[in-house]
Write a protein that binds this ligand. Structure first.
Ligand code: ZN
Length: 218
């Protein structure tokens, strides 16, 4: 095995030993159950590691990541994660997390051909196209981050419209959808205030968050 991979296994052993020393019985307790309160749907980018950013331990955060944190109604992978998180784990919060300077969003914005992922990023281009006039009016150096934030709003709204969330709300289950953006430059998460905890709240929350976003970039 290469030295690099041996380093990873060595790091892992040290981490497991330190974790167990700090909290004896940590792993045997986790073996019995996981009871995370949060589902994180974020970008696959290595600079946005979900648990670390919010300082949560194994067992505390259910995570789904893909390129550009997209929630598509026909993506069985994302929907399966959402359904398990909502129906079985009964998470109370679903957080769609985008990040500044997202490579996927940048490629979508600039029609860059990267490869297979171009097809996936069509979903982000749909977002771009729906708001093309507004984006055209934004200074070029700010346009990528404007689309990163806009994409979070659209994907959060998509999450609200999934059968998983709609059904949970219909049966009175308490689950809220949120949209956040992470700043690669400062390590800080920002709430984009699109929080919705019932079907009635989705449209007003989206309108409010969109107008706040437009003001920030005006
Ligand atoms: Zn990204």
């Amino acid at each position: 095995m290469s030295h690099e991979l041996q380093d990873l296994l060595h790091n892992n052993r040290r981490w497991a030993d330190e974790t167990e020393a700090r909290e004896p019985g940590f792993f045997s307790r986790l073996l019995k159950q996981q009871t995370p309160q949060y589902l994180w749907i974020g970008c696959a980018d290595s600079r946005v590691p979900a648990n670390e950013l919010v300082d949560l331990l194994p067992g505390e955060l259910f995570v789904h990541r893909n390129v550009a944190n997209v929630v598509v109604h026909s993506d069985l992978n994302c929907l399966s994660v959402m359904q398990f998180a909502v129906d079985q784990l009964k998470v109370q919060h679903i957080i769609i997390v985008g990040h500044s300077n997202c490579g996927g969003v940048m490629a979508a914005l600039q029609d860059k051909r990267v490869g297979l992922v171009d097809n996936w990023l069509r979903h982000v281009q749909d977002v771009r196209n729906a708001h093309q006039d507004w984006l055209d009016g934004i200074a070029e150096d700010k346009r990528v981050n404007a689309l990163c934030e806009l994409n979070v709003l659209e994907q959060a709204r998509n999450a609200c419209h999934t059968t998983v969330v709609q059904d949970a709300w219909a049966r009175g289950q308490g689950v809220a959808v949120h949209g956040w953006v992470y700043g690669l430059h400062n390590g800080l998460l920002k709430d984009l205030s699109i929080t919705a905890a019932s079907a009635d709240e989705v449209h007003p929350a989206y309108r409010r968050a969109l107008s706040a976003l437009k003001q920030r970039y005006a």
